[in-house]
Design a protein around this ligand. Structure first.
Ligand code: HEC
Length: 195
């Protein structure tokens, strides 16, 4: 009887601790967040969103001068991915993050390296962040999407970014991806064919 009481006491204690330490039910709200002067704040937590693909345009295939020699790791929140897969369109407030990640240094002139699984490319350090945000009113002039660059360099990135001009960003997406909600869905197997 005494033992049962002690066990009960321990279980109650453990439950109390677990409740105290459980993450707050108010999860970080997704969606874009802006500064008072209208800049987009650096998204947080995106490396735990759904990773949808990593286009790669390495120097080794671009005469040593690729504009973006890194992997382009692309992330979107689960609920927005699910909505696109259902409707062929992203919901208002969708944020898509493209993080540039340098190649891990390899011994070959094209940057590749030998590894136990074969010769190839692997990811090195984080090196830049581009973000798109869907808001059909705020970005009416650029086909419902806003474009932001938080730096093309090692961490840390800028904490807030000014909207990129149509010439810098949106123009190219409008020319090549306007039929697929301004997103290059052909590069991502989980989006391809869902529009
Ligand atoms: C010359 C054309 C071009 C310009 C200019 C351009 N992009 Fe892109 N962007 C692409 C292509 C192509 C992809 C997909 C393939 C890749 O990443 O290589 C892409 C992918 C993206 C993605 C991932 C989601 C998606 O649509 O596939 C984001 C986010 C993004 N671009 C933001 C930006 C921002 C911010 C700028 C301006 C600073 C910019 N882009 C300028 C062509 C362009």
């Amino acid at each position: 009887m005494k033992r049962i009481l002690i066990l009960g006491f321990l279980a109650a204690g453990a439950a109390f601790v677990a409740l105290r330490w459980a993450p707050s039910p108010v999860a970080a709200a997704g969606g874009p967040s802006y500064t008072a002067d209208g800049k987009l704040k650096l998204p947080t937590g995106y490396r735990k969103w759904v990773f949808i693909g990593a286009p790669l345009t390495p120097n080794g295939l671009n005469g040593g001068k690729a504009g973006f020699p890194e992997f382009h790791n692309v992330y979107v929140e689960d609920k927005n991915l699910t909505a696109y897969q259902k409707n062929g369109e992203f919901p208002e407030g969708t944020v898509i993050v493209k993080e540039l990640v340098l190649l891990r240094k390899g011994a070959y002139p094209d940057g590749s390296a030998d590894s136990p699984s074969g010769r190839g490319f692997a990811e090195g350090e984080f090196n830049g962040l581009d973000v798109t945000v869907k808001d059909s009113q705020r970005y009416a002039k650029t086909n419902k999407w806003g474009f932001y660059n938080f730096g093309h360099h090692a961490l840390p990135y800028e904490s807030a970014a000014k909207e990129g001009s149509a010439q810098e960003c949106a123009g190219c997406h409008m020319a090549g991806a306007s039929k697929t909600d301004m997103t290059w869905v052909d590069f991502y197997p989980v989006l391809r064919g869902k529009n």
